[in-house]
Every structure is written in C-alpha cells, then in structure tokens.
Design a protein around this ligand. Structure first.
Ligand code: FAD
Length: 434
C-alpha cells in the first residue's frame, strides 16, 4: 500500500517541524518522516538524561493532524513518490508537494590519527552522550571551528565530561569581530553569553589546530599547534567539527538545482537553490533549513514555516515571514565570513593518512584520480556505510575532486527493500551499481 499526502516533509528537525505545523494549519494532509525514531533533528535530538528545551517541546506539542513516520529513511525517489526503508521493510510514500528539510552534517578533515577510537565529530559526540555514551570524568578536547563547538562542549560538560579546552581554528580577531556583530541579534548574544557561562573555566584557544592524534588502540594524546608552536596534550576524547555541510543528496536525486557559489567564490559544498517562497527548481518540491545553506536554528524554523505555508498554497502567510528570513540569513553569512577555514587545515593529511575510513583508503591511493567516480571504482573510496558523505566531502574540501553526483540508493539498503522499487527506479538502481 502507498500512503499518500498533500504535503510530505523529509526531516523532522526544527525546519521540518515548523513546516509540518504551518502546512497542517491550512488543513493539508501532512506526513513528516525522519530516519531517526524521534522528532527533533540534530539540535533537539532526544537526550535520555535531560529534558528537551522548552522551544523543542513547544514545536513538538504544536503538531496537530500530522502523521509522523519515525525510522523512515528515504533511499530512492522518483517524481511524486519516495521509496523509504523502515525496520519492518520498505514502502512507498506519494505526495502532491514535497518539502526537503534534510538538514546538515559535520565536515571532518583527515589528519594523522583521526580514525583512532576516541576521535569523533563534535556534534557526533554530543549525539552519543545524549544516548548515554559514558563520558563522565573523561578528559575531552573540543576542536574545530564555529559556535557549534560551544554548544557541543556545553552538552558534554552537562553530562560530566572533564573539558580540557576548546581549540578554535579561527584567529582571536575574527572571533571577537563576530562577537561584536552579535549585538545586532540580541537573542543570539544572550545565547552566546549563556553558553560561555556554562563553560566557565574551560580554556578557549584561538588560531589553534589539532595536527595529530596519538594512541595504540585508543586515543591517548593530541598535538595542538598555534602561533607559539606545538604542544602535546593527553586526553581520552577529541571531538572535532569544521563546520556543517548541507545534506543535498535527496535534492540532487530529484533533480533540484544546486548552488556551488560564484567562480570567484566557489564552494566545495553546494546547497539547494530556492526562490523567495523556497521552491526548488523542480515543480512541487520545496526546501527549507540547512539544506538551503547553513543558517542555524532560527533560520531553519522560519524557513520551515515559509515552506509549509507555501506548500499548502498559503502564499500570503509565507510572504509575511520573509523579512525574518532575510535577517537570519544575514547571520549565516556572518558565520561563514568569520569562521572561514585556515588553509593549513588542508595540509594536515599525509600520503599515509586514511581518507575513506569505511574502506581503509589512504590519500596516496587517490593520487592521479581527477573524479570521484573513477577513484571509487578503482579504490572503493566512498563505497562504505557513509556512501562518501565523510570522505567525499573531505576530498572536495581539500580540492582533490568534487563529490560525485547522487545515485540511488542514498544509503546502504537491504536487498528486500530494493526489490520493492518500481521498474523505473529499479533500472536506475541497477545502473548505479555498475
Ligand atoms: C551533529 C550536529 C549537531 C548539532 N548540534 C547543534 C547544537 O547543539 N546547537 C545548535 O544550535 N545547532 C546544532 N546543530 C546545527 C543544527 O542542526 C541546525 O541549526 C538546525 O537543527 C537545523 O535544522 P534542520 O531542520 O534544517 O535540520 P536537522 O536538525 O539537521 O534535521 C534534518 C533531519 O532530516 C533527517 N533526514 C535527512 N535525510 C534523510 C533521509 N534521506 N531520510 C529520512 N530522514 C532524513 C535527519 O535524520 C534529521 O533528523 C547541529 C548540527 C549537527 C549536524
């Protein structure tokens, strides 16, 4: 049986929740699906020990007349129809209008030792501890760039981690200039002051990068470099995040146009192109939140509401929110400007450094390849569980080659799910695997 919705939303983070509420308020039959079991997305991910923030509870409680489909992962798509995998099997969902609220993931940059157990993404470790990963008393360094480091560090401390420091790659001048600009976004300024207060006593280093992680079976120490030289620091966990990347794979699969920046300011990490009402280049497909470019929680919520109203045909309600969107998007460009990556980070991996951790492919094994598909076929780089989301994005960031286009299935899927694909999808899937 194929479930059918007027408005189907992929992603139940802040953008998807706002979209669902807005679309349902006009009487549309709304479906909201997510690969995760619970509502909330990344920032409001369920925490087994601590209650959800008030804003998350309000957004979830506000959902009325919305069908939530948890543990539903979209693995393939064709016009007006998605193939989703669930723990029970696979099913088709059809829609009149689709909203992509697929969010973002962390950018991880390879360096010697980055695959040791104990080295994770900053948001990744945050997600693990929310699911009761034992962190109490563990010595943790949080490193990378941007405000997400503070948010992750605050969660880790709340769960009992012993924070040795936050290692920010951006120079002090850039971070201070960013902080001064926050005065134009009072709610953000209050949030930032609150986070710093929760992290009182934790050293915050600027212009510093982690060059090396050491350990036999497990992380034991890291090497940090700043303007004064190198320093070795013993630790149990290193939580790293070099910013966020929009999840555009499903949009690409549907044929939505992506923005790679201008020739002068090209980006290795595209986002979905949308018009003022968040319509993509494909008819009846909208996008909202981080998939349209990294903008943070407030932008995601406003964009979700705009897309939800517009998808339900309520253009006036959507248009009324446009000034708020413009303000939040200005904040996004502020982030990009002040936390631009230090070019030294592109030089950390050595020829022996593993780039594709799923398939154990080193950087030198990729020498001579100029496109991701050729490299994948010859070395298996990107063929593992993450399907190139980590190594492909890192290689694009390092300037090796862009990520390859999106092909079904979007995630590793069971054979029994793939056989449920329609004939046209089956053809595409079998073409992808050759
Ligand atoms: C690991 C991580 C941790 C973060 N922690 C914080 C934080 O502590 N504080 C903060 O202010 N910001 C944090 N952020 C940033 C935060 O994600 C955004 O500001 C905000 O949550 C974006 O909302 P969104 O709805 O656009 O996307 P998200 O919240 O990312 O939600 C997207 C949802 O789409 C689902 N999805 C994607 N593709 C599919 C598919 N094919 N099938 C089914 N479901 C799919 C995902 O499972 C996810 O739940 C974090 C980001 C990441 C990546």
């Amino acid at each position: 049986m194929t479930l059918r919705f007027d408005v189907l939303i992929v992603g139940a983070g802040p953008a998807g929740l706002a979209a669902a509420q807005a679309a349902a308020s006009h009487g549309a039959r709304v479906g909201l699906l997510d690969a995760q079991a619970r509502l909330g997305g990344q920032v409001w991910r369920h925490d087994v020990r601590h209650p959800a923030p008030g804003a998350a509870r309000d957004a979830i409680n506000a959902l009325k007349q919305v069908t939530f489909l948890g543990q539903h992962q979209v693995i393939a798509a064709e016009p007006q129809r998605l193939l989703v995998e669930t723990p029970q099997g696979a099913e088709h969902l059809s829609y009149a209008t689709l909203i992509l609220a697929t969010g973002a993931r962390e950018l991880l940059l390879p360096f010697p030792g980055w695959t040791l157990p104990g080295v994770t993404g900053a948001g990744g470790l945050q997600a693990l501890v929310k699911q009761a990963w034992p962190i109490a008393g563990k010595r943790v360094v949080v490193a990378g760039t941007g405000p997400l480091l503070l948010a992750a560090a605050a969660t880790l401390r709340k769960h009992g981690a012993h924070l040795l420091g936050i290692v920010e790659q951006a120079p002090q001048s850039a971070v201070h200039a960013f902080a001064r600009q926050l005065l134009h976004w009072p709610a953000r300024a209050v949030q930032a002051v609150g986070l710093r207060a929760r992290l009182a006593g934790v050293p915050y280093r600027f212009g510093s990068i982690v060059r090396h992680a050491y350990g036999e079976q497990q992380l034991g120490a890291i090497e940090i470099e700043d303007a004064h030289g190198k320093q070795r620091l013993d630790c149990d966990h290193l939580a790293l995040g070099y910013g966020l990347l929009p999840n555009t794979e499903l949009a690409q699969l549907l044929g939505c146009a992506l923005d790679y920046g201008t020739p002068e300011q090209a980006s290795a990490h595209p986002h979905v192109i949308v018009d003022r009402l968040l319509r993509t280049s494909v008819a009846d497909v909208y996008a909202a939140g981080e998939a349209c470019g990294i903008g943070g929680l407030a932008a995601a919520r406003i964009e979700g509401a705009i897309a939800g109203h517009a998808a339900a045909g309520a253009e006036a309600a959507a248009s009324a929110l446009l000034p708020r969107r413009a303000k939040e998007r200005r904040f996004a460009s502020l982030l990009a400007k002040h936390f631009a990556l230090d070019p030294r980070l592109h030089q950390l991996a050595t020829p022996q450094t593993i780039i594709c951790r799923c398939e154990d492919v080193t950087l030198s094994a990729l020498d001579g390849f100029t496109d991701a598909r050729a490299a994948k076929l010859a070395t298996r780089c990107g063929m593992g569980a993450c399907q190139g989301r980590i190594c492909g994005s890192a290689l694009a960031e390092l300037g090796r080659f862009p990520r390859s286009g999106s092909r079904p299935p979007l995630f590793p899927a069971r054979l029994s799910s793939l056989v449920q694909a329609t004939p046209s999808l089956s053809d595409e899937i079998s073409r992808s695997s050759t």
